[in-house]
Design a protein around this ligand. Structure first.
Ligand SMILES: Nc1ncnc2c1ncn2[C@@H]1O[C@H](COP(=O)(O)OP(=O)(O)OP(=O)(O)O)[C@@H](O)[C@H]1O
Ligand SMILES: [Mg+2]
Length: 445
């Protein structure tokens, strides 16, 4: 942390770091924080060389590195850095949005109309959407940027198909809209997932959940229970689900089914990801592949665990069918309390019967706190259709899950189910705490 004397007196800098050759500062200002991007200086000399190099690229398609060599003869060493930076930014990168696309400290960034790019920063999530000093000047510039980001991420956005959601090769989720039919302005929102997905130990370290609760949920998923992780938007449901799936033994086959690719188990040898194909227009409805179809296909792959990224509609029926024949299932659900969860599950379009709801073993509720941290608030165990609160953050109460003991007792003889669950939860909680101590985590501001 540093104090700098700016034009308007003292302005405090909360963080300063490099993103490639650019410098980023989180600067305090009267009405909040500013995300300040300082890119290499675009001197007259750099600008002239850049224009010439771009010109040659358009005419001959010369390789950018050769262009840097050719057009940097009269430049100083820092100007050569700048030339390379801007050339790659324009020819291979994301133009004005380059830093936002590459800064791993950003959770989400968005532009919904001409004006500054806004973002949620991992070091200061409690500030919500903070402004940056990078400004999109006009609707035309915004159209161009939206197209550029989508195209360089491997997608395409056109007036005929103006709403696009894709995953970049580095696993960020890009949602773009082209103005015209559906919206007044073009817009883009990018959710940036951490480069390596959060491990369960990391979530323990971050204080999202206690090691014993983490150990119990880990066991629940491993023992093929049926688990729902519930919470509101951005509460950390998918992240928790991902971290639990990452704990699964290597000899498990995990089929994940999603509308939008978010779950990332790329280090697990038994991972089979399946993605729905959404209808992009009424005419394309016939070529759509819905989640329900994927769930049916998943069963033919003999999965150990089936995870549905987010349960929204009738696919829940297929998930419960899978549960009833002995597969483990896990999913996330957009709801924030138990009553509401059961109501959603039992009404249109999910339409589960009470006997089907009884097949769900655990419901985990996670919240985003006002300071931006995430916390597992409650865990319920469903015993023959009755939901019992086994963990409550407020009171600190934690009761060993009964079903885990019963399931463990099937394979380990000689001990009571309760003792088995206690031993196994303790052993795994210790392992997670040891791992958490080794985790390097940047504390939230
Ligand atoms: N426990 C956590 N601690 C800190 N940051 C977290 C935690 N969990 C998630 N995040 C960050 O919050 C953002 C949202 O997380 P995630 O996608 O898991 O939420 P979600 O509840 O599934 O959201 P949605 O409702 O949009 O599906 C991500 O950028 C993620 O990195
Ligand atoms: Mg999610």
């Amino acid at each position: 942390m540093a104090e700098l004397r700016g034009e308007k007196g003292v302005s405090r800098i909360f963080a300063e770091y490099h993103v490639g050759d650019a410098v980023v500062r989180l600067r305090q200002r009267d009405n909040g924080l500013l995300y300040e991007v300082e890119e290499p200086a675009l001197t007259d000399g750099v600008k002239k060389s850049l224009d010439q190099a771009m010109d040659e690229y358009v005419k001959r398609g010369t390789n950018p590195e050769e262009l840097v060599k050719k057009y940097s003869r009269r430049l100083s060493s820092s100007e050569v850095v700048a030339l390379r930076y801007y050339l790659l930014r324009e020819l291979r990168g994301f133009s004005k949005l380059q830093v936002f696309m590459y800064d791993d400290q950003i959770e989400d960034f968005t532009i919904t109309m001409p004006g500054p790019v806004r973002l949620i920063h991992r070091l200061a999530p409690h500030y919500e959407w903070i402004e940056s000093n990078v400004v999109v000047e006009s609707d035309e510039e915004l159209d161009k940027l939206v197209k550029l980001v989508i195209e360089r991420s491997g997608g395409s956005i056109t007036p005929a198909s103006p709403v696009v959601e894709i995953l970049t090769p580095s696993f960020d989720r890009v949602a773009g809209v082209l103005r015209g039919e559906v919206s007044l302005h073009s817009s883009i929102t990018v959710r940036k997932f951490p480069r390596s997905p959060y491990s369960l130990a990391r979530l323990v370290k971050l204080g999202t959940l206690r090691s014993e609760v983490a150990a119990a949920l880990w066991l629940a998923v491993e023992l093929k229970c049926n688990v729902i992780i519930a919470g509101l938007t951005g509460s950390g449901k998918t992240t928790l689900l991902n971290s639990l799936l990452l704990q699964l033994p290597k000899n498990y086959k995990i089929v994940t089914i999603e509308e939008h690719p978010e779950i990332n188990l790329k280090d697990h040898p038994g991972w089979l990801p399946l993605y729905a194909r959404l209808p992009t227009s009424p005419a394309a409805r016939q070529t759509a592949i819905p989640l329900t179809q994927l769930l049916k296909a998943a069963l033919r792959h003999r999965p150990t665990i089936i995870a549905v990224g987010e349960a929204r509609a009738e696919e829940v029926q297929d998930m419960i069918t899978a549960a009833s024949v002995g597969h483990g299932t896990a999913t996330t659900l957009h709801t924030d309390d138990l009553d509401h969860m059961v109501k959603r599950l039992t009404s249109h379009p999910m339409n589960l019967r009470q006997d089907q709801v009884a097949l769900i073993d655990y419901a985990v509720f996670i919240v985003r706190m006002p300071d931006g941290r995430r916390r597992v608030k409650e865990v319920y165990e469903n015993i023959s259709g009755k939901w019992e609160l086994i963990y409550d953050y407020e009171s600190g109460k934690f009761k060993l899950p009964e079903k885990i003991g019963q399931k463990l007792a099937i394979s380990y003889r000689g001990l009571e189910p309760y003792e088995l669950a206690a031993l196994e939860v303790r052993r795994r909680a210790e392992q997670l705490r040891a791992q958490a101590r080794r985790e390097e985590v940047v504390a939230t501001a």
